[in-house]
Ligand binder design. Structure first.
Ligand code: NAD
Length: 542
């Protein structure tokens, strides 16, 4: 395997076809001589800025977002520096293409848009040789792995091997938002089959055509994968992504004390939502310790958020019982109450010893300040529900976190209209600003990209061997503190994405400091932590 340092001098088409070393039309006259490129490129030597403008214009000319996604992936495979420059400089416009919502459609249509391989696939046929095939990966030093088994892609369900778009997109965001070097990143698909009949009946489906592995067969393959990573890439942080909730929890429980890892759907979401809740308090004037928070949905996202806020409440001095009184979960079967049968273990701590209730009954009875939707089902925050929240609260706080946009519990426009403009609103996928009665509101996007890149960078920089709840809490506190008063005045509880690299750096510094404080860092603490982390950050350019 070749690393950049021992890579032979690439010339001619080999250079033009290497995404890392290609500069396309930006190769200077001297470089064209040196790398034997004369005759292979049009005459004009472009600057990176000109290339960026050309790419942007190309992007604009595409007729649909999925075409834009295909264009961006092709650019990533052609010229890494240009791709990341474009992404960083236009993060607000491009993030929704590479991540939710467009990536959802891309995964649904993966067979049609697949052009060139990217990422690493493990299948049941690789059992016993996962470590061996990992040698085929072109890098020797991997620090960050995003892995999915495709069973719960965004709010779209089981998309099998098509879910590869998710680790690819997330890692692109790690690089753009926190400057993790692209060569240190490895997207992984554990293709363990799919229970999606439509995919299995589709002759163009790219994954293995069998029902999903379950039970011991599933666990032992994941185990083999994790062991292979530890052996091949001992410095790698593993991010679990878009697993079905029970698997997400059991994998996190199994590995969180054994290998550096976290689950973004549970822990990343929790940190971002917790930050939003903290920032909403800066608008409503209600402190976290006084807030009642109700969730619609009791899956990995809602429970993860509840768990982290519970920890924050405990850290603030509340006892177990008192902290639980602040957190109420409602799911498909109504309010989580102790009388219910078959409560999932991760939901049990939130079952209250009260009578059963629907969402609207529960809102009337327990008067939440904050209502968080994580159901994956659009329309679940009805006009009645929003109006009820606005009756109870001067400034109701409502997060409609379900992705993609079409799955949001209510739209931003509905939330502002039904609350007469009083709602503090955030969503999972982006909504455009809303003008209501002459005032323009900027809905916040509770985008996990506010936290996971900085968290990953801090963990990698300090070589933390575990990701603790306190690291997530500190990330949330930093994020909430970066929201400016001008943002709050427009109703936004997250900073503009344009500031994401500064936010990620601040989070990385705080997370790394926490790792040193907790004694879980394997790297020596430098004199100047911020300077050390800043120097690690990749800045695309020629
Ligand atoms: P999940 O499948 O684990 O949980 C879904 C939960 O919603 C379950 O408890 C289910 O009972 C409940 N539910 C389903 N339909 C319902 C209905 N009609 N009424 C009440 N409850 C209902 O899924 P998850 O991982 O928790 O994700 C849920 C959603 O949150 C997804 O759409 C996902 O995209 C989104 N999400 C957003 C963010 C973010 O905004 N940062 C992060 C993670 C997940």
């Amino acid at each position: 395997m070749k690393t950049p340092d021992d890579m032979p001098l690439l010339t001619g088409y080999d250079r033009l076809k290497s995404a890392r070393y290609n500069k396309g039309t930006a190769f200077t006259e001297a470089e064209r001589d040196e790398y034997k490129l004369c005759g292979l490129l049009p005459a004009k030597v472009s600057t990176l800025k000109e290339q960026e403008l050309r790419a942007l214009e190309n992007l604009r000319r595409k007729v649909s977002d999925i075409e834009r996604y295909v264009f961006l992936l092709a650019l990533q495979g052609r010229n890494e520096n240009l791709f990341y420059r474009l992404l960083i400089d236009n993060i607000e416009a491009i993030m929704p293409l590479l991540y939710t919502p467009t990536v959802g459609q891309a995964c649904q249509e993966y067979a049609f848009i697949f052009r060139q391989p990217r990422g690493f696939y493990v299948t049941p046929a690789d059992r016993g040789r996962v470590r061996d095939i990992m040698r085929n990966w072109p890098e020797q030093d991997v620090r960050l792995i995003v892995v999915t088994d495709g069973e719960r892609i965004l709010g779209l369900g089981d998309l099998g091997a098509n879910g590869m778009g998710i680790p690819i997109g997330k890692l692109a965001l790690y690089t753009a938002c926190a400057g993790i070097q692209p060569r240190l990143c490895m997207p992984v698909m554990l293709d363990v089959g799919t229970n999606n009949e439509a995919l299995r009946n589709d002759p163009l489906y790219l994954g293995i055509n069998q029902p999903r592995l379950t039970g011991d067969d599933y666990c032992s393959l994941v185990d083999e994968f994790v062991s292979a990573v530890q052996d091949a890439f001992p410095r790698a942080l593993i991010q679990f992504e878009d697993f079905l909730t029970p698997n997400a929890y059991s994998l996190l429980d199994r590995y969180r004390d054994r290998v550096p890892c976290f689950n973004d759907d549970i822990q990343g979401t929790a940190a971002v939502a917790h930050a939003g809740v903290l920032a909403s308090g800066r608008i409503t004037g209600v402190d976290l310790v006084d807030m009642r928070i109700m969730f619609l949905g009791a899956g990995s996202a809602a429970t993860g958020i509840a768990d982290l806020i519970y920890t924050a409440l405990r850290n603030a001095g509340l006892n177990d019982q008192a902290a639980r009184q602040h957190l109420w979960l409602v799911d498909l079967h109504g309010l989580l109450v102790t009388g219910r049968e078959n409560i999932a273990p991760y939901n049990l701590p939130y079952a209250h010893d009260v009578p059963d209730a629907t969402l609207s009954e529960a809102i009337r009875r327990y008067k939440p300040h904050v209502l968080i939707g994580a159901t994956g089902v659009s329309g679940t925050f009805t006009e009645d529900i929003v109006r009820m929240m606005a009756e109870i609260n001067e400034r109701p706080v409502i997060f409609a976190l379900s992705n993609p946009t079409s799955n949001a519990e209510c739209t931003a426009e509905q939330a502002y209209r039904w609350s007469e403009g009083r709602v503090v609103f955030a969503s999972g996928s982006p909504f455009a600003p809303v003008t209501f009665q002459g005032k323009t509101y900027r809905p916040g996007q509770g985008n996990n990209a506010y936290v996971f890149p900085g968290l990953g960078l801090g963990a990698i920089a300090s070589r933390a061997h575990t990701i603790s709840d306190d690291m997530l809490l500190v990330a949330a506190r930093i994020l909430a503190a970066t929201v400016g008063t001008d943002d709050l005045a427009a109703g936004a509880i997250y900073p503009p994405l344009a500031r994401i690299r500064q936010v990620s750096l601040a989070i990385a510094v705080a997370v790394a400091e926490k790792a040193w404080e907790e004694g879980v860092a394997q790297e020596q603490r430098p004199e100047d932590v911020e300077c050390m982390i800043r120097e690690l950050m990749y800045e695309p350019g020629y």
